[in-house]
Design a protein around this ligand. Structure first.
Ligand SMILES: *Cc1c(COP(=O)(O)O)cnc(C)c1O
Length: 394
């Protein structure tokens, strides 16, 4: 167990240098000559990593994308001086009245959004507008019938100097598939053919699976890949050259030899089909590790792959140590998030995705930041202030 983890039952580690590496790796995929800029998506407190912990690794990003305006203000307070994109647009008309945040970009997805902006008499720092297309997800955004009219209304606001410019935003529903974006793209491109403005279409899956399409746009919006996890079903992050940025660690706190036929767990859910050595891992659903874990889900015990037995409790997870080299009480356990056991691999066993596991850790899990060397690139440093601004921003 490493020195920092003494006395900790369970802990997570977050490595900002891994984020910096992943950002550079995604930029390399766009190509050396690419002018495409990168919104680093940091919604849900940077996919559960903690915005303040990942920010030192995001100095090379061109902007940050968040869910709501309050998150954008939190990014400024944390020292981010670059552009901010609010993917959820505005919550209500009041929010529109107190925008004054320099370098703010708002994704608008319905007519009320435009009404609210049109109701603002003047804004010291007019925001950029990104019109969101409903696309093949269809959860939010303008559909084919309303898009051009929304653009026309925003163009009026732009001519009056009340917004800074208009861009086009789409979010794909199945970009991880080889044929996942062609149809959605053809439709949207036809719709915006005569409407000027920058384009932002691609999440991590689209960037990784369809780099040529990503390169042809002005801004991409990767999230999960920045944190080192692959969104593609057939290949893990490390094989894509990504480094996991968060890992979940605990230890073995009990070992029992169990006879054939013996039952374990609440209601005797686990039955030993043969003599077994069972290790108790000091974590559970109280830490955000899902309760319904199928038997066979992998875990690393002292560096060796072991199989979970299912039946996770609040504080304990039983694992099968039978046949493994001898394991001692206190042996280190990795639940997920290293190159040997990527979080997406564990998520696949559970029938979920990496982002859900990353955002599920509960407050009782302490997070230890991996120390990061100071960036020596002065230009990169300039986008992030060393300390939060002391002047409140409204
Ligand atoms: C979350 C989100 C992204 C990032 O998606 P990933 O799959 O994590 O790369 C991009 N765009 C929008 C609109 C999003 O909501």
């Amino acid at each position: 167990m490493d020195g920092n983890a003494i006395g900790l039952r369970v802990h997570a580690r977050v490595d900002a240098a891994a984020i910096a590496h992943n950002l550079a790796a995604l930029r390399a995929r766009l190509g050396p000559a690419s002018a495409t800029r990168i919104w680093a998506t940091v919604k849900a407190d940077a996919y559960g990593h903690g915005l303040h912990r990942v920010l030192p690794g995001l100095a090379g990003a061109d902007g940050l994308a968040v869910s709501q305006l309050a998150d954008a203000r939190a990014c400024r307070a944390a020292g981010w001086n670059g552009p901010l994109l609010v993917l959820g647009g505005l919550l209500d008309a009041e929010e529109a009245q107190r925008l004054a945040l320099p370098d703010l970009h708002l994704a608008l997805s319905h007519d009320r959004h435009i009404d609210w902006l049109a109701g603002v008499p003047s804004c010291a720092a007019p925001p950029w507008i990104w019109l969101r297309y409903a696309g093949d997800i269809g959860y939010t955004g303008f559909d084919d019938a309303g898009y051009a009219e929304a653009y026309r209304r925003c163009a009026v606001l732009a001519r009056q100097g009340r917004i800074a410019g208009i861009g086009h935003l789409n979010h794909y529903g199945r970009a991880e598939q080889p044929d996942g974006i062609a149809q959605a793209d053809a439709r949207f491109q036809a719709l915006i053919r005569d409407l000027p403005g920058p384009r932002s279409f691609c999440n991590s899956a689209a960037l990784l699976r369809h780099p040529d399409a990503a390169r042809s746009t002005d801004w991409v919006r990767p999230g999960i890949a920045l944190y080192g996890a692959s969104p593609l079903p057939d290949i893990d992050g490390p094989a894509l050259g990504l480094i996991p940025a968060m890992s979940l660690h605990t230890r073995i706190i009990g070992i029992r030899d169990v006879a054939r036929g013996e039952r374990l767990g609440y209601n005797g859910n686990i039955v030993a089909a043969a003599p077994m050595r069972v290790g108790m891992v000091a974590s559970g659903y109280g830490d955000g590790y899902p309760r319904r874990v199928p038997a066979g889900t992998p875990v690393l015990v002292d560096g060796h792959t072991a199989a979970m037995l299912g039946a996770v409790t609040m504080d304990l997870i039983p694992v099968d140590l039978t046949g493994l080299p001898p394991v001692a009480i206190g042996a280190p356990v990795v639940l997920w998030g290293t190159p040997e056991l990527p979080v997406e691999k564990v998520a696949r066993h559970m029938g979920t995705i990496a982002a859900e596991l990353l955002t599920s850790l509960t407050p009782r899990v302490p997070v230890i930041p991996v120390p990061m060397a100071e960036p020596d690139d002065l230009e990169q440093k300039s986008k992030i202030s060393g300390s939060p601004p002391d002047r409140p921003r409204r």
